[in-house]
Design a protein around this ligand. Structure first.
Ligand code: UDP
Ligand code: MG
Length: 311
């Protein structure tokens, strides 16, 4: 049997405490991979950490030749880290895992069993959101429900980035060179046969999550812009709606004038109407602006990440 290679991509942003723990925890499965004839490559992607993440990875490297690092020149965000990980992975299979051990390595043997069954990718979703603020869970659910309606791309509720993929799927993802990367959507967009595995939410080992509510909110807007043009449609529909309302009101006023004469009244309602329609106009211009901004960033064709150091 010929050896195949599995690349483990671990995006790290200020995870110095978690890097060694992740290594230990992951290597508990080492015998499983040895039996299956799968060689390992651990690729830590340092997303411009300000702490000792790189130092910790270097320590691991001294012990283990299979540890690799791509270190960014600054923080480019997790999406960029994922892209860099996939781009630098040499494996026949690639698995993405968070450094904080929220993606249990113990699931890997089961994930590989599905690959053996012929799936191209095994993805995970958490069925509970234990340990998360209720407001956040509520808005997260709303987001996924909305996306289901306005986007043709399948975006699974509770999907984690913890995912095992075949080389074919990795190449497909890399072929999507867009600058505004919303990986959850990209995974769905490329298709392939995906097996979904469910598990209970695990809380992060050490340190704090890098996502606060506001960041998540902006991220959800990015997701909507990247995988739906429905908001643009909404702007047109609102425009038509207000034209119809205006037309009906004009008809109403003319008829009233013909029947009752012309009592000069109604400036409060006029003010309300002006405020409302101008509000709607700003809203729609805002929507246009969002897409324009995304397009602007896209046409600049800036690199998705810059490397400071690698081995
Ligand atoms: N991460 C990253 N760049 C960032 C933010 C996060 O590479 O700008 C990494 C982080 O180190 C972790 C993973 O992405 O390995 C998930 O981040 P986090 O645990 O903060 O998110 P959560 O699990 O709460 O969704
Ligand atoms: Mg986490």
């Amino acid at each position: 049997m010929s050896m195949s290679l599995l690349t483990v991509v671990v995006p790290c942003y200020n995870e110095e405490e978690n890097v060694p723990f992740f290594y230990e925890e992951f290597m508990k499965n080492e015998s499983f991979f040895a039996e299956k004839g799968i060689a390992l490559e651990l690729l830590y992607v340092d997303d411009g950490s300000g702490d000792g993440t790189v130092r910790e990875v270097k320590k691991l490297r001294e012990r283990d030749e299979r540890v690799h690092l791509v270190s960014f020149s600054r923080n480019f965000g997790k999406e960029a880290a994922i892209y860099a990980g996939l781009e630098n992975a040499r494996g026949d299979y690639v698995v993405m895992m968070d450094a904080d051990l929220q993606d249990p390595p113990a699931l890997l043997p089961e994930m590989f069993s599905y690959i053996d069954e012929g799936y191209d990718s095994v993805a995970t979703r958490r069925v509970s959101r234990k340990g998360e603020p209720p407001v956040r869970s509520f808005f997260a659910r709303m987001f996924y429900r909305l996306m289901k309606r306005i986007s043709k791309t399948e975006i699974m509720d509770g999907a984690r980035d913890y995912r095992l993929m075949s080389r074919q799927m990795v190449d497909a993802i890399l072929s999507m060179g867009e600058y505004n990367r919303f990986t959850k959507g990209i995974f769905g967009w490329v298709g392939f046969r995906t097996k979904w595995m469910e598990y209970e939410n695990v809380e992060r080992l050490k340190g704090e999550t890098k996502w606060n509510f506001w960041k998540l909110f902006l991220y959800s807007l990015d997701g909507i812009c990247a995988f739906s043009t429905m908001p643009l449609m909404l702007a047109s529909v609102l425009g038509v709606f207000f034209c119809v309302v205006a037309f009906l009101m004009i008809a109403f006023i003319i008829v009233r004038k013909l029947i009752f004469g012309d009592p000069v009244s109604g400036w409060p309602s006029l003010v309300c109407i002006i405020l409302m329609t101008s509000g709607v106009q700003f809203f729609c211009t805002g929507i246009l602006g969002q897409y324009l901004a995304k397009t602007y960033m896209e046409v600049k064709k800036r690199p998705i990440y810059l490397v400071r150091e690698r081995f």
